[in-house]
Design a protein around this ligand. Sequence first.
Ligand SMILES: Cc1cc2nc3c(=O)[nH]c(=O)nc-3n(C[C@H](O)[C@H](O)[C@H](O)COP(=O)(O)O)c2cc1C
Length: 370
Amino acid sequence: MSDFASLFQPFTLKGVTFSSRIAMAPMTRSFSPGGVPTEDVAGYYQRRAAADVGLIITEGTTIRRGGASGDPAIPNIHEPEAIEGWKNVVEKVHEVDGKIAPQVWHQGIARRAGTGPHPEAPSDSPSGITHKGKALYDPPTIADVEDMISAFAESIETSKNAGFDCVEIHGAHGYLVDQFFWEVLNVRADKYGGSITSRAEFAAEIVSEARKRVGPDYPIILRMSQWKLFDYDARLVTTPKDLENFLNVLVDAGVDCIHCSQRRYWEPEFPEVDGENGLNLAGWAKKLTGLPTITVGSVGLSTEFTAAFRGDGAKTRPLIDVVERLEKGEFDMIAVGRALLQDPEWAKKVKEGRLDELDDYSADSLKTLS
Ligand SMILES: Cc1cc2nc3c(=O)[nH]c(=O)nc-3n(C[C@H](O)[C@H](O)[C@H](O)COP(=O)(O)O)c2cc1C
């Protein structure tokens, strides 16, 4: 057994078996003109699925609301042509025995006004305010919020009908779902605002509405984060008890797996409780809910540390560190973003011990769908 063998053990989520513990992290690429994923997009995901990535989580793909997307080259998952494009992507990934989930997304107020496929549409958000408290729009009515929920549920149903093996809801990074979670952007006085559990209501209704449509067996993953695009230090919750209360609303609604987004996976979530080497966000989410979790954040970014036994660099960690934590059961899967963007064969090379063939991530790799 190589040091990394446990990364290549299968994992089953509600009857869907992933061939390895490595998930491709969702990464927006903007190579889908008119919102339609192309043959090149299909090839891009197929190459990674063919090279030992157990679960592809696609780039964020937007739902049926005019303001969901700020870029016409971001794929959507509600228009017929885009759905056909996604069916082709699914087929290509299945051809190589891979598994794939779309990440359903609405940018909310993070979308720049006047951009995207429907520049005329207003941006959606819980309260119409920016993170600095500036009022940009009237707060949506209950009927508007219910339509946002329906639009998410429709795309989740579409994902099942298009053949995707499971689905991920983008509830992280300060986009619409996370805007409802965050007290800075959600100042609603109705059932969607207030305490952290009330702020989880929007996502909970998406999950329960989706659950009615996809049935009990279709895996629903929820991605969450403490950090926001506009505020890396933001926190939704500051104690394990609050995290437990928050997550349990989502678990009760029918979430099957929690994908905990951190910028660096090794940062302890509540060091005041279990120390500087304590559990990360995925570790706490798993401990508090009993659900499987996915971790992410700077895995495999520097080859200098990939093979080294233990590094204490602030920016990277040796790969063996995340593998040991997986083996201890802190989390169940590891999402890899930039390293897999850089090299479609990243996982296969790790499996085969070809660490000397890995390149460091370079932003140049963003220019093409290699
Ligand atoms: C180019 C790029 C696009 C991204 N787009 C998304 C996205 O659409 N949805 C999302 O949840 N996260 C997105 N992320 C965040 C990644 O999923 C991941 O959490 C982050 O890159 C950290 O993982 P890494 O250190 O392995 O790259 C993106 C990251 C990059 C680099």
